[in-house]
Design a protein. Structure first.
Length: 409
């Protein structure tokens, strides 16, 4: 068969091109550190590697979510810790202020410190994170959680939203709590109102045992039927012959729920309530449950401070105001403790899930390396061989490209 010079030339050029392609392919495998450059290199292996890469991308997103949630919760934890210390100090001051031996100067000093603590609490409740977002405002994070209105009340300006972040296939954690849940929806002190209907007596009332009264209210209060919240209190003159004056407390259906001896000026204690009547028996009044309410600690503290700083208030008014603040403060502290526990639980969950995610990501990358990992020593040897082949092909191509009909080999 006759072989033309053109054929020899083209074949040599093709061989040189293929050598260059093999060289470049090996060089690319080394630079990218993988044995599978395209799906055609290993269809099954390429599909497996792609699945692992998809899982790792998802794990990376979960990791970013976990970091965001962790930062948010850690900011909240710092603020709640600060509020706990502040509230503990305020609680001590409220107990001291209830001491009847304290004079106006002592109460003034206590009130001044309570004012500073209230302002500090407002500042912490309006804390922001590193991005300037208000921690306790919910989704309305660009607005202050609690805003001081012209009437002197603090109003919650956020919402109840909480960011939910998925940190694994089946685990979702929430970011910082809403201030409405932690601070705004806190129960204030339950109380009652006494109204004289008949008879000539002066009456002083107070809650003597708060827990007993709270239990009595919980069992009898109705948000639907207001008549169930009213009890008739009556004092009855004795009938003589050793039968003294008595009192009765009757519910809305006429049942006597409490009774006993009555003596003018002597306190009567029923269901945690204390009533002191001065005057002759034969009076009638009504005891009415005050509607249970929720409010933030800032307003409750300011209400108490207003009473403490008013020189016209008496001992019993100050005592009642101090107990209002004390109950509200303790309820707020319980709410803060609940929030701190939830924050701690979420942080533990993030740590545990994050550790598992890191292990899973490492395992996936090891599996990818086993499927598509490059044997660098073998690849380097191939590169050297292909470089030598290119060099030989170039020499042969140069020789053939200069051939003519008159040349002799």
């Amino acid at each position: 068969m006759r072989v033309s010079n053109n054929f020899i030339y083209n074949q040599s050029l093709t061989d040189l091109t293929k050598s260059n392609e093999r060289y470049l392919q090996t060089q690319r495998r080394i630079s990218e550190n993988t044995d599978i450059m395209t799906a055609s290199d290993d269809p099954v292996g390429a599909a497996q590697v792609m699945r692992y890469e998809a899982v790792n991308l998802l794990l990376d997103q979960y990791s970013e979510n976990a970091v965001m949630a962790k930062n948010s919760l850690e900011y909240e934890e710092v603020v709640l810790d600060g509020l706990t210390d502040l509230f503990n100090r305020a609680n001590i001051l409220l107990i001291q202020a209830e001491n009847g031996a304290y004079g106006d100067q002592d109460l003034g000093a206590i009130s001044e410190e309570l004012q500073m603590l209230t302002l500090a609490a407002a500042d912490l409740m309006n804390s922001t994170d590193s991005d300037g977002n208000h921690i306790f405002s919910g989704h309305e994070s660009t607005r202050s959680a609690f805003e001081l209105k012209p009437d002197g009340r603090y109003e919650f300006e956020g919402d109840e939203g909480r960011k939910k972040l998925q940190i694994s296939d089946n685990v979702t954690v929430t970011g910082a709590d809403s201030g409405k849940t932690v601070f705004e929806d806190v129960w204030t002190r339950n109380n009652f109102t006494y109204t004289q209907l008949a008879g000539e007596t002066s009456v002083r009332t107070e809650i003597k045992d708060q827990s007993v009264y709270d239990d009595f209210l919980q069992k009898n209060y109705s948000a639907i039927d207001a008549t169930q919240n009213v009890f008739v209190f009556a004092t009855v003159p004795g009938a003589g012959a050793g039968i003294g004056d008595t009192f009765t407390l009757t519910n809305s259906v006429g049942e006597v729920v409490a009774s006993g001896a009555f003596e003018s000026g002597r306190p009567i204690n029923v269901f945690g309530m204390e009533l002191t009547l001065e005057g002759a028996a034969g009076t009638t009044g009504v005891v009415t449950f005050d509607k249970p309410e929720r409010d933030n600690i800032l307003n409750e503290m300011n209400k108490t401070l207003k009473v403490l700083l008013d020189p016209d208030t008496d001992f019993y008014q100050r005592k009642s105001a101090l107990r209002d603040a004390t109950v509200s403060l303790r309820n707020t502290m319980n709410s803060v403790d609940t929030a701190r526990s939830e924050v701690g639980a979420n942080l533990n969950t993030i740590a545990q899930v994050g550790s598992y995610g890191e292990m899973k990501s490492i395992s996936n990358r090891v599996a990818q390396d086993e499927i598509a990992g490059l044997d660098i020593a073998e690849a380097a040897s191939e590169l050297a061989q292909e470089e030598a082949a290119i060099s030989s092909s170039q020499k042969l191509f140069n020789r053939l490209s200069n051939l003519s009909l008159f040349d002799t080999m």
